[in-house]
Design a protein. Structure first.
Length: 170
């Protein structure tokens, strides 16, 4: 059983690692132990498949539209921080499912981001005494997840070079 943030994180980890063909496996894993004949389960299966496609499109797109699935701002900060740690834990699980194990074989910036995500996923975040400061720190971490995920995806899934005219052709 995974909560929504952890589930989304695992999806993002798989996609960041380039495992676009694992959609059906991921959906089945998320719904493991449920009755496939149940109408609610069938609807959930469809929604999860759509979410996969939506996230894959956001990560591949040029508009930096990717957003980690985290609770709304009106949720308590403690609950949002917990979801943030679960999202990172799910992301690392997705990478493990994609069989990315050796950070030292990855580009240095990717390895650093993944180490940070792993640290966050361990739940090493504590709230302080200043609510405004804690809120600002949470927003910074959320933005780091967004940009870091996009960077990991782009580094591990380079786009094919655009057509380039041969030298001397104008």
């Amino acid at each position: 059983m995974m909560d929504a943030a952890e589930c989304h994180g695992s999806l993002c980890g798989l996609l960041a690692a380039g495992k676009r063909t694992m959609k059906d496996q991921w959906v089945s894993e998320v719904l493991e132990g449920t009755d496939p004949a149940n109408a609610n389960v069938r609807e959930c299966r469809q929604l999860l498949a759509e979410m996969w496609d939506e996230v894959a499109g956001a990560l591949r797109g040029d508009g930096f539209s990717f957003e980690p699935l985290l609770p709304a701002d009106d949720t308590s900060l403690a609950d949002r921080v917990e979801s943030l740690t679960q999202w990172c834990d799910g992301f690392m699980y997705g990478l493990a499912r994609a069989e990315i194990k050796a950070f030292d074989e990855l580009p240095a910036d990717v390895a650093e981001i993944l180490r940070d995500f792993a640290d966050i996923g361990r739940g090493n975040l504590e709230l302080g005494d200043d609510a405004e400061e804690d809120e600002a720190a949470y927003m910074e971490l959320t933005e780091y997840l967004r940009i870091g995920t996009q960077l990991v995806h782009d580094e591990l899934n380079p786009r094919p070079a655009q057509f380039q005219a041969p030298p001397g052709v104008h």
